[in-house]
Write a protein of this length. Structure first.
Lengths: 177, 178
């Protein structure tokens, strides 16, 4: 059974949740919430530690997918569809890379996503800069540049970020009326 | 003081990336949840919500067929989904304000940016359970109240009509539909 409150033409109606979804009643039990939270979080971090034996394989898979998306985009002259796929691959990697232990791959993919997303005129996408991002991710993964203390990966990520920023600033200025 | 009995909670996790689904599932299982259903696109996510009646949906934004924002909008449509009040946590690598606002305006309950951590996910779930917000219906929006606090510095016109008490619907007076 559903409940609906009618809205008025002039304003709004606040509706109280009376549909049976009361998670407080359903799952809050007597006990120390802070202690329970700490235990649950510690257990989850331990589970992630156990899962992490897969992370190098997973990031390698995602890196290969990114390279494939770039190859497909290049073969199709960076058509809208293939560019969308390339963005999606970079975005997927961006969402996972830090969790998988590769924060520099995350940074590089964030820069690539920004480049594709923010450029005002897609026909002016710098293919060389796209290649440099993709190759940088491959290098970070191949070299197992984990964590945040790899100097080469740090310089590479920062340089790509800066070059992309400068390029986008120029393109935006170019498109300004 | 109360602790969350995760074994009483049923989740649907919608994400097109199998690795990310595995990560979220691992975290939820470690919290104590035993019923976790997965979907790899927006359409499967909607089907899973209808089929399993979860207590909480965790959804990515970018997914095939339709995305997490559209999925949220469909769930919040009482004529299109049987669970319009379902708590929805949007978990996305999009961290820009426009995406957070889009999720909020579609009716998302919480927004969590990737990379996901055990602490951040736990806190969002805890907030959904411990601090549920009233639902609001306007001509253009149905979902959790988007005002999380009263801004004492706000000096504009009150856009909500009537007194606060007038706007709370008496449960005995709402229309019931089969």
């Amino acid at each position: 059974m559903q409940q609906h409150a009618s809205s008025t033409e002039t304003g709004m109606t606040r509706q109280v949740n009376e549909t049976g979804i009361n998670l407080r009643d359903k799952c809050l039990k007597p006990g120390d919430d802070n202690e329970a939270a700490q235990q649950a979080i510690a257990k989850a971090e331990q589970a992630m530690e156990q899962l992490s034996v897969n992370f190098d394989d997973w990031i390698a898979t995602e890196s290969r997918q990114l390279s494939k998306s770039r190859d497909d985009a290049r073969a199709a002259s960076y058509s809208d569809d293939t560019l969308r796929d390339l963005f999606q691959s970079a975005h997927n990697l961006k969402g996972q890379a830090t969790t998988l232990g590769y924060p520099f791959a995350d940074e590089i993919c964030a820069s690539l996503c920004r480049l594709i997303d923010k450029i005002p005129d897609k026909s002016r996408l710098p293919f060389l800069l796209i290649d440099q991002h993709v190759d940088a991710v491959r290098a970070v993964v191949a070299e197992r540049a984990k964590g945040t203390d790899n100097p080469k990966a740090s310089v590479l990520a920062k340089r790509l970020h800066d070059v992309t920023g400068d390029f986008l600033a120029q393109e935006m200025a170019r498109n300004r009326p | 003081m109360a602790k969350i009995a995760f074994d009483e909670l049923r989740f649907v996790v919608a994400d097109d990336n199998a690795h990310m689904r595995r990560i979220v599932r691992t975290l939820l299982r470690a919290f104590g949840s035993r019923e976790i259903y997965e979907a790899e696109d927006g359409a499967s996510g909607l089907e899973a919500v209808e089929a399993y009646s979860p207590d909480i949906l965790i959804t990515d934004i970018t997914m095939p067929i339709f995305d997490g924002i559209e999925l949220t909008r469909m769930i919040r449509n009482p004529e299109g989904c049987r669970h319009p009040f379902l708590p929805i946590i949007v978990l996305s690598a999009y961290s820009e304000k426009k995406h957070v606002i889009a999720a909020r305006d579609a009716g998302a309950t919480e927004f969590l940016c990737k990379p996901v951590s055990a602490t951040a996910l736990y806190r969002r779930i805890q907030n959904v359970i411990s601090n549920p917000r009233d639902f609001v219906r306007t001509k253009t929006y149905f979902g959790p109240d988007r005002r999380r606090y009263i801004n004492s510095n706000y000096s504009g016109v009150e856009r909500r009509t009537g007194n606060p008490g007038d706007n709370v619907v008496d449960p005995n007076q709402v229309e019931l539909e089969a």
